[in-house]
Design a protein around this ligand. Structure first.
Ligand code: GDP
Length: 430
C-alpha cells in the first residue's frame, strides 16, 4: 500500500508532522523530489528537529528511510544530518539512497549564489542550495548520478567535459574563480566514500516491498503552488511537488499510490517572492507570524520570516485537485484561537470579475482577495481528541472550508506533537 503526503499550498503546511505521525504505521518512507532547500520541523520525544534531506520517518526504529532518485542529493549535508540525529541520541536510522539519485555538486551551490547576485533585485529569493542549477543540469543531461561515483575513469572524463562549459561561465559571466578538475575529482571521491554504505537499487527494493504488502509513504516537499508546471511559475521550485511525480521520483507504478493525504494549514504562509493573494501585512501579519506554527512562522532552513495570509480556498481547492487528494489533513488550527473573527479568502477578483478557479500567473498578479469573515472560537483547542468536543465555531470553520475546497477533511491537527490529531468522518469521503 503506497500513500503520499503532500502540500496543497506554498509549503510549510505541516507535512513533516503528518508524515512523522503516519510513519508510526509505515515500513518505508521515501522522499521523491526537492533537496535540502526546504525543511520539515518535527517535534517528538527526542526534541525538536529540522530535517532537510532525510524523510520524516527517521525517528522510528521500525522504518526504512529512502532518498529517491527524484531528490537533489547533497551528500555532505545528508551525512551531517544523520550525525545531527545520532548526536542527540536518536538511534541511527536505516537509510537507503537511490543509485539513480543525482548529486548536488559544489558548483551548483556557487552558481545559485552567483546568479542571485547577478539578478540583484530581480532575484528569485532562492535559498541558494543549488537546487535550480542542479535540476537544470539534470535535464540538460550533464548531472552526476550516484552510480557514476563508482567508476573513476568515467568520472574523470565527465568532469573534464562538464567543466569546459562551467568554467567559461564562471570566468566570463560571473567573473569568479574557475574549478580545478583534480580538486573536483577528489571531492567526488570523498562523496563516494560517504554515500557508499547507503546506495541501493531503490525501484527493485520498492517492487519487492509492494509485493510483500509493506506500507510505503511518499513524502513531498513544498506544495502544489510551487510545482514548476502547475504552480506560480516562475516563482516555483525546480522539481514537481505533486503526488503523481511520486511514482517517478521513487520509481514505482503510478497506480500503486492509493491514498493521497494533502496537507492544508488553517491559514496561509509563503516564502520567497511571487503572488500571494490573501497576504496580510503589518501588525495583523506580525501577530499571526508570531503565534503561528510551533514557535513562529520562520523558515526551517533559512530562519527567514514567512509571509502570512488568511486561508485561501481558491488556491487550496486547486492545490488539492492537482494532488489528487483522497484526504485533507487540516493543520495548525490551534493557532487561530486568538481571533474574534477569521477572514477566509473565498474568491479572486480579476479585472472586475470574481472567480474561484486558480488562474495562471499573469492573471494571478492582478487578483484581489474576496474575503468572508467567520466567527472565531476564542479558546484553546489543544488537547482535544474528539471532533465533537471542538467548539462549534471551530467546527463551522472546518466545515465551511471543506465545502469550499470540495475535498474531505479527515484529520485535524491541533498542536505540533504526534498525538495532537483529531480524526473526523467527512461527508465528502467516498
Ligand atoms: P512542512 O515543511 O510542511 O513540514 O512544514 P513546517 O516544518 O514548516 O511545519 C510547520 C510548523 O508547524 C512546524 O514548526 C510544526 O512543528 C508546526 N506544526 C505542525 N502542525 C501543527 C499544529 O497542528 N499546531 C501547531 N501549533 N503547530 C504545528
Amino acid at each position: 500500500m503506497v500513500k503520499a503526503v503532500v502540500g496543497a499550498n506554498w509549503g510549510d503546511e505541516g507535512k513533516g508532522k503528518i508524515t512523522d505521525m503516519m510513519a508510526e504505521n509505515a515500513d518505508i518512507i521515501i522522499r521523491f523530489q526537492g533537496g535540502a532547500n526546504a525543511g520539515h520541523t518535527i517535534v517528538n520525544n527526542y526534541g525538536k528537529f529540522a530535517l532537510h534531506t532525510l524523510p520524516s520517518g527517521v525517528f522510528y526504529n521500525h522504518t526504512t528511510s529512502i532518498i529517491g532518485n527524484g531528490v537533489a542529493l547533497n551528500i555532505p549535508l545528508l551525512i551531517e544530518e544523520i550525525k545531527s540525529l545520532t548526536d542527540r541520541n536518536v538511534p541511527k536510522p536505516h537509510i537507503l539512497v537511490s543509485d539513480r539519485a543525482q548529486i548536488v555538486m559544489p558548483y551548483h551551490i556557487l552558481f545559485d549564489q552567483y546568479e542571485e547576485e547577478r539578478l540583484g533585485k530581480n532575484s528569485f529569493g532562492s535559498t541558494k542550495s543549488g537546487i535550480a542549477p542542479f535540476y537544470s543540469d539534470k535535464y540538460a543531461k550533464i548531472g552526476f548520478q550516484v552510480s557514476e561515483l563508482f567508476d573513476e575513469e568515467y568520472l574523470k572524463g565527465k568532469i573534464s567535459r562538464v567543466l569546459e562549459t562551467k568554467n567559461v561561465i564562471l570566468e566570463h559571466l560571473y567573473h569568479k574563480p574557475v574549478i580545478d578538475e583534480n580538486e573536483l575529482l577528489n571531492t567526488l571521491k570523498g562523496y563516494r566514500d560517504m554515500i557508499e554504505p547507503y546506495v541501493c537499487d531503490i525501484s527493485a527494493y520498492l517492487d519487492r516491498a509492494i509485493k510483500e504488502n509493506k506500507t510505503i509513504l511518499l513524502e513531498g516537499q513544498l506544495g502544489t503552488l510551487k510545482d514548476p508546471d502547475h504552480g506560480i511559475y516562475p516563482m516555483v521550485t525546480s522539481s514537481s511537488t505533486l503526488a503523481g511525480f511520486g511514482a517517478i521520483g521513487a520509481g514505482i507504478p503510478p497506480y500503486e499510490i492509493k491514498e493521497i493525504v494533502t496537507v492544508c494549514k488553517a491559514y496561509s504562509s509563503a516564502v520567497g517572492s511571487g503572488a500571494f493573494v490573501s497576504e496580510i501585512f503589518g501588525d495583523e501579519a506580525d501577530e499571526l507570524r508570531h503565534r503561528g506554527g510551533d514557535g513562529g512562522e520562520y523558515g526551517a532552513t533559512t530562519g527567514r520570516p514567512r509571509r502570512m495570509g488568511w486561508f485561501d480556498c481558491v488556491a487550496s481547492k486547486y492545490g488539492c485537485r492537482l494532488q489528487g487528494t483522497t484526504d485533507v489533513a487540516f493543520t495548525v488550527l490551534d493557532v487561530l484561537g486568538y481571533l474574534d473573527e477569521i477572514p477566509v479568502c473565498v474568491g479572486y477578483e480579476i479585472d472586475g470579475e470574481v472567480t474561484t478557479d486558480f488562474p495562471v500567473t499573469i492573471k494571478l498578479e492582478k487578483a484581489k482577495p474576496v474575503l468572508k469573515k467567520l466567527p472565531g472560537w476564542k479558546t484553546e483547542i489543544r488537547g482535544i481528541k474528539r471532533y465533537e468536543e471542538l467548539p462549534e465555531n471551530c467546527r463551522n470553520y472546518i466545515e465551511f472550508i471543506e465545502k469550499e475546497i470540495g475535498y474531505p477533511i479527515t484529520m485535524i491537527s491541533n498542536g505540533p506533537g504526534r498525538e495532537d490529531i483529531i480524526y473526523r468522518e467527512s461527508p465528502l469521503k467516498k
